[in-house]
Design a protein around this ligand. Structure first.
Ligand SMILES: *Cc1c(COP(=O)(O)O)cnc(C)c1O
Length: 382
């Protein structure tokens, strides 16, 4: 028998409570019974997004919400600045180009974070830029980007700040109203402790005003239509009913833990993983780590693709490897969503075992011990 552990940055593990909520019989979506659940989930999402704006629930993966931001709030030929700090920043640019926006690329070296001063300079240099598209966490590099600082710059201009918070919202605080983020996006399978299949998007008044003016190039992802439906606690099309049951339960769990404690947990788990991997001599991929996940370079002699595959197939522990120029070179350890202290011990001990099998000289327990030194403060004996 082999027990499997999912330690990838998405999908992430789903709590038993959420699985059981989703196991309820499917009911019809045009009923008061479903509307009650849907309405409660939508209301709770406002707490997660820290906003008074409506949070629209879409049945799609996270990219669907990204696409909806582009097609609802921008018109063909308009200019946007894309912060491209990795695979997901690149995705913003590809979506914008697919809908014939003009993209100004701000390319950030992998492992580095974006510079607010450079964003300001780019906007000063080109008043035609109508939006800045960025990530809260660039998951391909495990880097955290300065959303708050960039919002300070966009706030006073006719420039929409569109934030893909798919590995940010629910990991650390992204208070969209306080910071002046115009559009904030989240997906179900990362920090939200849900299976893949739902995406969430909130627009502030500025963004809705743009949506009123923009020439829509969409049908399914029509946010104005969804907002109208949301007022009646329903959706334009058939929603992913079972996932909505799960959503309400997952949000309830986060409320019970309280958001400050959810964010603190992610931060501490991240520190433990960084201490553990440092003790094993694994070099961090960045100085700007997100609380969502940690990426480290594997020793040169290790074939990273084989290493991650072996951890999955031989040890039963699934991590993510690297993409593009980092393919085969790094491992990404997730600590967002339904993870607690001992999941990080599994992460450290399994990496130690695999390093040993791959011929790297390490001292068993050194990564685990370094993580434990950080995690010990999380427990109190009553
Ligand atoms: C996972 C992820 C997405 C969305 O990917 P989907 O596969 O469409 O859910 C987008 N942005 C970031 C930063 C992500 O980590």
């Amino acid at each position: 028998m082999k027990k499997s552990y999912l330690l990838s940055p998405g999908p992430t593990p789903v709590p038993e409570r959420v699985l059981l909520a989703m196991a309820q019989p499917v009911i019809h979506h045009r009923t008061p019974q479903f509307s009650k659940i849907f309405g409660e989930a939508a209301e709770k999402l406002k707490g997660l997004f820290h906003t008074k704006n409506d949070v629209i629930i879409l049945s799609s993966s996270g990219t669907g919400a990204m696409e909806s931001a582009v097609t609802n709030c921008f018109t063909k030929g308009e200019k946007v600045l894309v912060i491209n700090a990795g695979k997901f920043g690149e995705r913003w640019g590809k979506i914008a180009e697919a809908f014939d926006l003009k993209v100004t690329w701000m390319n950030v070296v992998w492992g580095e974070t974006a510079s607010p001063a450079e964003v300001k300079a780019a906007l000063d240099a080109d008043p035609e830029i109508k939006g800045v598209l960025m990530q809260a966490t660039e998951s391909s590099t495990t880097v955290k980007l300065p959303v708050k600082e960039i919002a300070e710059i966009t706030k006073g201009r006719d420039v929409l700040l569109v934030v893909d918070g798919i590995t940010g919202v629910g990991v650390f605080d992204v208070p969209m109203d306080d910071w002046g983020v115009d559009i904030l996006i989240c997906g179900s399978q990362k920090a939200m402790m849900l299976p893949p299949g739902l995406a969430f998007i909130a627009l502030n008044d500025r963004a809705w005003a743009r949506a009123d003016k923009a020439k829509n190039t969409n049908f399914y992802f029509n946010l104005k239509r969804e907002r109208k439906n949301l007022k009646d606690k329903t959706t334009a099309f058939t929603p992913a009913v079972s996932l909505v049951y799960g959503l309400r339960e997952a949000l309830l769990m986060m409320e019970e833990e309280t958001y400050p404690k959810v964010f603190e947990r992610h931060a501490v788990l991240g520190r433990a993983v960084r201490a553990g991997t440092a003790a094993l001599g694994l070099k961090p991929v960045t100085k700007h780590f997100s609380e969502a996940m940690t990426g480290v370079f594997l020793p040169e002699e290790v074939n990273g693709k084989k290493f991650v595959k072996s951890l999955r197939d031989d040890f039963g522990v699934t991590f993510a490897g690297g993409q593009d120029s980092w393919e085969g070179k790094i491992i990404r350890i997730a600590h967002l969503g339904y993870f607690t202290e001992f999941d990080m011990i599994i992460a450290m001990s399994s990496i130690e075992m695999a390093l040993d099998k791959f011929g790297v000289k390490i001292k068993f327990g050194s990564g685990v011990a370094a993580a434990q030194e950080i995690l010990r403060d999380r427990f109190e004996v009553k």
